[in-house]
Design a protein around this ligand. Structure first.
Ligand code: CP
Length: 308
Protein backbone atom coordinates (compact mmCIF):
# COMPACT_ATOMS: atom_id res chain seq x y z
CA UNK A 1 0.00 0.00 0.00
CA UNK A 2 1.29 3.43 -0.88
CA UNK A 3 1.42 6.41 1.52
CA UNK A 4 -1.89 7.83 0.27
CA UNK A 5 -4.79 6.40 -1.73
CA UNK A 6 -5.21 8.82 -4.62
CA UNK A 7 -6.31 6.41 -7.34
CA UNK A 8 -5.98 2.84 -8.58
CA UNK A 9 -3.86 3.74 -11.61
CA UNK A 10 -0.56 1.93 -11.17
CA UNK A 11 -1.83 -0.62 -8.62
CA UNK A 12 -1.04 -4.26 -9.40
CA UNK A 13 -3.57 -7.07 -9.12
CA UNK A 14 -1.69 -8.47 -6.10
CA UNK A 15 -1.80 -5.12 -4.30
CA UNK A 16 -5.56 -4.90 -4.85
CA UNK A 17 -6.11 -8.51 -3.74
CA UNK A 18 -4.17 -7.78 -0.54
CA UNK A 19 -6.61 -4.95 0.31
CA UNK A 20 -9.59 -7.20 -0.50
CA UNK A 21 -8.24 -10.01 1.69
CA UNK A 22 -7.79 -7.66 4.64
CA UNK A 23 -11.28 -6.25 4.06
CA UNK A 24 -12.71 -9.73 4.73
CA UNK A 25 -11.56 -9.50 8.35
CA UNK A 26 -13.28 -6.14 8.81
CA UNK A 27 -16.41 -7.39 7.01
CA UNK A 28 -16.69 -10.13 9.67
CA UNK A 29 -16.42 -7.48 12.39
CA UNK A 30 -19.50 -5.75 10.94
CA UNK A 31 -21.57 -8.88 11.61
CA UNK A 32 -20.57 -9.05 15.29
CA UNK A 33 -22.68 -7.71 18.15
CA UNK A 34 -19.82 -5.40 19.14
CA UNK A 35 -18.63 -3.75 15.94
CA UNK A 36 -15.97 -1.47 17.37
CA UNK A 37 -12.19 -2.08 17.35
CA UNK A 38 -9.53 0.06 19.10
CA UNK A 39 -7.31 0.09 15.97
CA UNK A 40 -7.30 3.86 15.29
CA UNK A 41 -7.47 5.09 18.87
CA UNK A 42 -5.62 8.43 19.04
CA UNK A 43 -5.84 9.02 15.26
CA UNK A 44 -7.85 12.02 14.04
CA UNK A 45 -9.55 11.84 10.64
CA UNK A 46 -11.10 14.79 8.80
CA UNK A 47 -13.80 14.12 6.22
CA UNK A 48 -13.76 17.01 3.74
CA UNK A 49 -16.70 16.94 1.38
CA UNK A 50 -16.83 19.76 -1.14
CA UNK A 51 -19.45 17.89 -3.22
CA UNK A 52 -22.66 16.12 -2.18
CA UNK A 53 -22.42 12.53 -0.96
CA UNK A 54 -24.59 10.06 0.92
CA UNK A 55 -22.86 6.67 0.74
CA UNK A 56 -19.17 7.61 0.67
CA UNK A 57 -19.41 10.18 3.42
CA UNK A 58 -21.48 8.06 5.80
CA UNK A 59 -19.45 4.96 4.99
CA UNK A 60 -16.13 6.65 5.80
CA UNK A 61 -17.51 8.16 8.99
CA UNK A 62 -18.86 4.80 10.10
CA UNK A 63 -15.60 3.02 9.19
CA UNK A 64 -13.59 5.59 11.18
CA UNK A 65 -15.88 5.29 14.21
CA UNK A 66 -15.85 1.49 14.05
CA UNK A 67 -12.04 1.78 14.33
CA UNK A 68 -12.28 4.23 17.28
CA UNK A 69 -10.77 7.20 15.42
CA UNK A 70 -11.60 10.78 16.40
CA UNK A 71 -13.67 12.14 13.51
CA UNK A 72 -14.31 15.67 12.30
CA UNK A 73 -16.66 16.41 9.44
CA UNK A 74 -16.38 19.33 7.11
CA UNK A 75 -19.02 20.45 4.67
CA UNK A 76 -18.14 23.13 2.12
CA UNK A 77 -21.65 24.60 2.24
CA UNK A 78 -21.33 25.56 5.93
CA UNK A 79 -17.60 26.42 5.98
CA UNK A 80 -15.42 29.46 5.34
CA UNK A 81 -15.10 28.30 1.72
CA UNK A 82 -18.34 30.27 1.39
CA UNK A 83 -16.34 33.37 2.44
CA UNK A 84 -13.76 32.82 -0.30
CA UNK A 85 -11.15 30.62 1.40
CA UNK A 86 -9.22 28.42 -1.04
CA UNK A 87 -8.56 24.68 -0.81
CA UNK A 88 -4.92 25.01 0.27
CA UNK A 89 -5.74 27.41 3.12
CA UNK A 90 -8.69 25.32 4.25
CA UNK A 91 -6.57 22.18 4.43
CA UNK A 92 -3.60 23.99 6.02
CA UNK A 93 -5.91 25.19 8.79
CA UNK A 94 -7.27 21.70 9.32
CA UNK A 95 -3.67 20.42 9.35
CA UNK A 96 -2.78 23.02 12.01
CA UNK A 97 -5.29 21.25 14.24
CA UNK A 98 -3.07 18.12 13.95
CA UNK A 99 -5.33 16.01 11.79
CA UNK A 100 -3.63 12.72 10.87
CA UNK A 101 -5.75 11.59 7.92
CA UNK A 102 -7.90 13.45 5.42
CA UNK A 103 -10.68 11.98 3.30
CA UNK A 104 -11.54 14.38 0.51
CA UNK A 105 -14.22 14.65 -2.15
CA UNK A 106 -13.82 17.62 -4.45
CA UNK A 107 -15.04 18.63 -7.91
CA UNK A 108 -11.53 19.38 -9.19
CA UNK A 109 -9.43 16.67 -10.81
CA UNK A 110 -6.17 16.34 -8.86
CA UNK A 111 -7.46 17.91 -5.63
CA UNK A 112 -6.51 14.86 -3.53
CA UNK A 113 -3.06 14.77 -5.11
CA UNK A 114 -2.62 18.49 -4.44
CA UNK A 115 -3.30 18.07 -0.73
CA UNK A 116 -1.06 15.01 -0.52
CA UNK A 117 1.76 17.04 -2.03
CA UNK A 118 1.39 20.20 0.03
CA UNK A 119 -0.01 19.15 3.41
CA UNK A 120 1.23 16.89 6.22
CA UNK A 121 -1.65 14.45 6.26
CA UNK A 122 -2.43 11.03 4.84
CA UNK A 123 -4.91 11.56 1.99
CA UNK A 124 -7.68 9.27 0.80
CA UNK A 125 -9.43 10.31 -2.39
CA UNK A 126 -13.21 10.02 -2.03
CA UNK A 127 -13.74 11.27 -5.60
CA UNK A 128 -11.95 14.06 -7.49
CA UNK A 129 -13.97 15.46 -10.37
CA UNK A 130 -14.13 13.04 -13.29
CA UNK A 131 -10.77 11.48 -12.36
CA UNK A 132 -10.90 8.63 -9.80
CA UNK A 133 -12.99 7.21 -6.94
CA UNK A 134 -10.72 4.40 -5.76
CA UNK A 135 -12.62 3.26 -2.65
CA UNK A 136 -15.81 2.83 -4.71
CA UNK A 137 -13.95 0.60 -7.17
CA UNK A 138 -12.38 -1.44 -4.34
CA UNK A 139 -15.77 -2.07 -2.74
CA UNK A 140 -17.08 -3.05 -6.18
CA UNK A 141 -14.26 -5.59 -6.51
CA UNK A 142 -14.91 -6.93 -3.00
CA UNK A 143 -18.57 -7.45 -3.91
CA UNK A 144 -17.73 -9.10 -7.24
CA UNK A 145 -15.31 -11.44 -5.43
CA UNK A 146 -18.05 -12.61 -3.05
CA UNK A 147 -19.77 -14.10 -6.12
CA UNK A 148 -16.86 -14.78 -8.48
CA UNK A 149 -13.65 -15.60 -6.57
CA UNK A 150 -11.43 -15.42 -9.69
CA UNK A 151 -11.25 -12.22 -11.75
CA UNK A 152 -9.22 -13.80 -14.56
CA UNK A 153 -11.41 -13.76 -17.69
CA UNK A 154 -14.51 -12.65 -15.75
CA UNK A 155 -16.79 -10.78 -18.15
CA UNK A 156 -17.57 -7.35 -16.74
CA UNK A 157 -19.73 -4.90 -18.68
CA UNK A 158 -19.61 -1.29 -17.50
CA UNK A 159 -22.44 0.83 -18.89
CA UNK A 160 -22.79 4.59 -18.70
CA UNK A 161 -21.26 8.01 -18.77
CA UNK A 162 -17.57 7.16 -19.29
CA UNK A 163 -16.79 10.75 -20.20
CA UNK A 164 -17.54 12.06 -16.70
CA UNK A 165 -17.44 9.01 -14.41
CA UNK A 166 -14.60 8.71 -11.89
CA UNK A 167 -16.04 5.34 -10.81
CA UNK A 168 -15.57 3.96 -14.32
CA UNK A 169 -11.93 5.10 -14.46
CA UNK A 170 -11.05 3.49 -11.13
CA UNK A 171 -12.94 0.32 -12.10
CA UNK A 172 -11.11 0.08 -15.42
CA UNK A 173 -7.64 0.54 -13.84
CA UNK A 174 -8.36 -2.05 -11.15
CA UNK A 175 -10.22 -4.63 -13.23
CA UNK A 176 -7.51 -4.61 -15.88
CA UNK A 177 -4.88 -5.18 -13.19
CA UNK A 178 -6.96 -8.09 -11.86
CA UNK A 179 -7.22 -9.69 -15.32
CA UNK A 180 -10.95 -9.25 -15.93
CA UNK A 181 -12.40 -9.10 -19.45
CA UNK A 182 -13.90 -5.59 -19.43
CA UNK A 183 -16.33 -4.11 -21.97
CA UNK A 184 -17.22 -0.46 -21.73
CA UNK A 185 -20.55 0.58 -23.22
CA UNK A 186 -21.87 4.12 -23.68
CA UNK A 187 -23.32 6.36 -26.34
CA UNK A 188 -20.40 7.53 -28.49
CA UNK A 189 -20.96 11.10 -27.23
CA UNK A 190 -20.23 9.90 -23.66
CA UNK A 191 -16.96 8.16 -24.49
CA UNK A 192 -13.80 10.15 -23.71
CA UNK A 193 -11.20 11.01 -26.36
CA UNK A 194 -8.54 8.32 -26.45
CA UNK A 195 -10.72 5.62 -24.86
CA UNK A 196 -9.10 3.11 -27.27
CA UNK A 197 -5.91 3.47 -25.22
CA UNK A 198 -7.65 2.37 -21.99
CA UNK A 199 -6.99 -1.27 -22.87
CA UNK A 200 -10.60 -2.46 -22.59
CA UNK A 201 -13.20 -3.39 -25.21
CA UNK A 202 -15.50 -0.56 -26.21
CA UNK A 203 -18.88 -1.32 -27.73
CA UNK A 204 -21.64 1.25 -28.24
CA UNK A 205 -24.23 -1.49 -28.89
CA UNK A 206 -25.70 -2.34 -25.49
CA UNK A 207 -27.12 -5.72 -26.59
CA UNK A 208 -23.73 -6.85 -27.90
CA UNK A 209 -21.85 -5.42 -24.91
CA UNK A 210 -23.97 -7.09 -22.21
CA UNK A 211 -24.37 -10.49 -23.95
CA UNK A 212 -22.70 -13.23 -21.88
CA UNK A 213 -21.54 -10.83 -19.13
CA UNK A 214 -21.19 -12.09 -15.55
CA UNK A 215 -21.27 -8.59 -14.09
CA UNK A 216 -23.03 -5.47 -15.25
CA UNK A 217 -21.97 -2.31 -13.44
CA UNK A 218 -24.42 0.46 -14.30
CA UNK A 219 -23.37 4.09 -13.96
CA UNK A 220 -25.45 7.17 -13.42
CA UNK A 221 -25.55 9.95 -15.98
CA UNK A 222 -23.37 12.65 -14.40
CA UNK A 223 -25.75 15.47 -15.27
CA UNK A 224 -24.00 17.86 -12.86
CA UNK A 225 -20.78 17.53 -14.91
CA UNK A 226 -22.37 17.67 -18.35
CA UNK A 227 -21.81 21.01 -20.01
CA UNK A 228 -23.35 20.16 -23.40
CA UNK A 229 -26.28 18.18 -24.80
CA UNK A 230 -24.58 14.78 -24.93
CA UNK A 231 -27.89 12.89 -25.17
CA UNK A 232 -31.19 13.90 -26.78
CA UNK A 233 -33.15 13.45 -23.51
CA UNK A 234 -33.20 11.42 -20.30
CA UNK A 235 -36.23 9.56 -21.64
CA UNK A 236 -34.39 8.52 -24.80
CA UNK A 237 -31.30 7.50 -22.80
CA UNK A 238 -33.54 5.33 -20.64
CA UNK A 239 -35.17 3.68 -23.65
CA UNK A 240 -31.92 2.93 -25.49
CA UNK A 241 -29.33 2.54 -22.69
CA UNK A 242 -31.34 1.85 -19.56
CA UNK A 243 -30.71 -1.67 -18.25
CA UNK A 244 -34.01 -3.56 -18.23
CA UNK A 245 -34.89 -7.23 -17.70
CA UNK A 246 -34.70 -8.00 -21.44
CA UNK A 247 -31.07 -6.87 -21.49
CA UNK A 248 -30.32 -8.75 -18.26
CA UNK A 249 -31.69 -11.90 -19.95
CA UNK A 250 -28.81 -11.64 -22.43
CA UNK A 251 -26.23 -11.97 -19.63
CA UNK A 252 -24.60 -15.24 -18.57
CA UNK A 253 -27.03 -17.21 -16.39
CA UNK A 254 -24.56 -16.71 -13.52
CA UNK A 255 -24.61 -12.94 -13.14
CA UNK A 256 -24.84 -10.01 -10.74
CA UNK A 257 -26.16 -6.47 -11.18
CA UNK A 258 -24.23 -3.55 -9.68
CA UNK A 259 -24.65 0.21 -9.36
CA UNK A 260 -22.50 2.52 -7.21
CA UNK A 261 -25.46 4.80 -6.45
CA UNK A 262 -27.11 7.19 -6.36
CA UNK A 263 -29.51 5.51 -8.82
CA UNK A 264 -31.82 7.26 -11.19
CA UNK A 265 -34.50 4.59 -11.38
CA UNK A 266 -36.24 4.65 -14.75
CA UNK A 267 -33.22 6.24 -16.46
CA UNK A 268 -30.09 4.04 -16.38
CA UNK A 269 -31.80 1.15 -14.54
CA UNK A 270 -35.40 -0.04 -14.36
CA UNK A 271 -37.17 -0.67 -11.04
CA UNK A 272 -37.32 -4.44 -11.49
CA UNK A 273 -33.61 -4.72 -12.33
CA UNK A 274 -32.60 -2.55 -9.37
CA UNK A 275 -34.61 -4.79 -7.02
CA UNK A 276 -33.91 -8.14 -8.73
CA UNK A 277 -32.54 -11.03 -6.62
CA UNK A 278 -29.27 -10.78 -8.58
CA UNK A 279 -28.88 -7.11 -7.63
CA UNK A 280 -26.00 -6.58 -5.17
CA UNK A 281 -26.46 -2.83 -4.90
CA UNK A 282 -27.10 -2.80 -1.14
CA UNK A 283 -24.39 -5.38 -0.35
CA UNK A 284 -22.01 -3.01 -2.17
CA UNK A 285 -22.88 -0.36 0.42
CA UNK A 286 -22.36 -2.75 3.36
CA UNK A 287 -19.05 -3.96 1.95
CA UNK A 288 -17.94 -0.36 1.47
CA UNK A 289 -17.66 0.14 5.23
CA UNK A 290 -15.38 -2.90 5.57
CA UNK A 291 -13.21 -1.94 2.62
CA UNK A 292 -12.80 1.59 3.98
CA UNK A 293 -11.90 0.18 7.41
CA UNK A 294 -9.14 -1.83 5.71
CA UNK A 295 -7.84 1.20 3.83
CA UNK A 296 -7.85 3.37 6.95
CA UNK A 297 -6.02 0.62 8.84
CA UNK A 298 -3.37 0.23 6.11
CA UNK A 299 -2.75 3.97 5.74
CA UNK A 300 -2.98 5.09 9.36
CA UNK A 301 0.23 6.80 10.47
CA UNK A 302 1.98 4.96 13.23
CA UNK A 303 3.01 7.15 16.19
CA UNK A 304 5.30 10.01 15.17
CA UNK A 305 4.90 9.46 11.38
CA UNK A 306 3.06 12.68 10.62
CA UNK A 307 3.63 15.27 13.32
CA UNK A 308 7.21 14.60 14.30
N1 CP B 1 -21.20 5.97 -4.89
C1 CP B 1 -21.03 7.21 -4.38
O1 CP B 1 -19.95 7.80 -4.44
O2 CP B 1 -22.16 7.70 -3.78
P1 CP B 1 -22.25 9.10 -3.02
O3 CP B 1 -22.10 10.18 -4.07
O4 CP B 1 -23.59 9.12 -2.35
O5 CP B 1 -21.11 9.15 -2.05
Amino acid sequence: MKEHLLGLEGYTGDEILEILELSKTFRQVLDRDVKRLPTLKGITVANLFFEPSTRTRMSFELAEKRLSADVINFSASTSSVKKGENLRDTVDNIGAMKVDMTVIRHGAVGSAQFIAKHCKTVVINAGDGAHEHPTQALLDFYTIREHFPDFKGLKVCIVGDALHSRVIRSNVFGLKALGADVTLCAPSTLLPMGVESWGVKVNCDIEEAIRGANVVNIMRLQLERQTAGYIPSLREYGIVWGINSELVDLMDKDHIIMHPGPMNRGVEITQDVADAPESVILPQVTNGVAVRMAILYLLAPRSGDIHE
